[in-house]
Design a protein around this ligand. Structure first.
Ligand code: GTP
Ligand code: ZN
Length: 301
């Protein structure tokens, strides 16, 4: 019996579906010892590269181990000290925000930027529904995101100038596409990759929240060599709990100033002689960026 390597492309309770480098799909269980003494409550995530064994003549394989991850998205459940890996080995994380309908929540974008940096995933901010505003200058919340190391792309109903760039990025990388329900994630993927044929939900008139039309965890092949990982965990992003230490060490820009303050473990909030606060007062750190940081620390969205 040989051990081979494959990628986890789908997960259900207790079962994992792998795709081999030859494109064969294999259903697997995981060896129980993989879960012992683990700090993760799901040791194997979609996107993971795993070793598995498949007995000759058998249909069900057994996952033996998980190869080291180059990147990941994880969350800590509120009140529980276990980390949950949502997706593994990602190249890109698209943070999707609608220009309007539903109203943009910059707090969610900051939150996702922290999670992306924590897991070594490159973020891309995508603003959809640009057709609903006159110009992106009509989006004052966007300003603090313009001066950090972040690619920002726009899309509109029926297409946009950044469509080629989006198709290249999505079609050539493993990505997650995260953002509130109804911001237009499925619409965009369908427009760029019509073969996907994802279900598009209507925004609920009363709440301006979509109807959660996308429901299970999977990896979709898009374009020549790309894949999009779609999981319930990504959809619940707004509910993720971020540790204050992770917010401080992974918040855009602010993470670069750790060690500059008088107190080694300065949170850049109430401490005297704080380098970050001095930079904010001097106008060298955007005040809205700093407000986003404090908002996350206070647990706001
Ligand atoms: N005006 C305008 N409407 C859009 C645009 N993109 C999507 N929509 C509409 O927004 C609604 C929600 O789009 P979806 O693609 O289902 O949004 P989603 O983010 O995939 O939603 P979930 O699957 O619930 O997470 C639909 O009615 C779309 O037609 C856009 O660029 N402009
Ligand atoms: Zn400080």
């Amino acid at each position: 019996m040989t051990e081979a390597v494959a990628t986890v492309v789908r997960r259900t309770k207790g079962f994992y579906y792998l795709t081999t480098p030859e494109g064969q799909e294999i259903e697997c269980k995981a060896k129980g010892s993989l879960f012992r003494n683990s700090k993760y409550d799901n040791q194997i995530a979609v996107g993971d590269k795993v070793t598995y064994q498949l007995e000759p003549g058998q249909e069900l394989g057994m996952i033996q181990g998980v190869l080291p991850r180059k990147s990941f998205l994880s969350r800590t459940r509120v009140g529980i000290e276990v980390e949950q890996v949502i997706a593994a080995n990602l190249d890109l994380m698209f943070l999707v925000v609608a220009a309007k309908d539903p109203e943009p929540k910059p707090g969610l974008v900051w939150r996702m930027l922290v999670a992306a940096n924590l897991g070594s995933v490159r973020p891309v901010l995508l603003v959809t529904k640009l057709d609903l505003v006159h110009h992106h200058k009509d989006l004052p919340w966007l300003r603090p995101f313009l001066n950090i190391d972040l690619e920002i792309l726009f899309s509109s109903k029926g297409g946009g100038a950044d469509d080629n760039r989006l198709a290249d990025l999505l079609g050539g990388n493993v990505s997650v596409v995260a953002g509130h329900s109804g911001v237009g994630k499925s619409s965009l993927l369908n427009r760029l990759f019509p073969d996907l044929d994802l279900k598009v939900g209507e925004v609920n008139e009363k709440t301006s929240k979509g109807s959660h039309t996308t429901t299970y965890a999977r990896m979709l092949n898009v374009g020549p060599t790309g894949a999009v990982i779609d999981t319930p965990g990504v959809r619940e992003f707004g509910l993720w709990n971020l540790e204050p230490k992770n917010i401080r060490d992974h918040f855009p820009l602010i993470r670069q100033f750790s060690g500059h303050c008088k107190h080694a473990d300065c949170t850049h909030t109430h401490e005297p002689h704080c380098f970050v606060k001095a930079e904010v007062e001097a106008g060298r750190i955007d005040k809205d960026l700093y407000a986003g940081y404090v908002g996350l620390l206070e647990g706001g969205e």
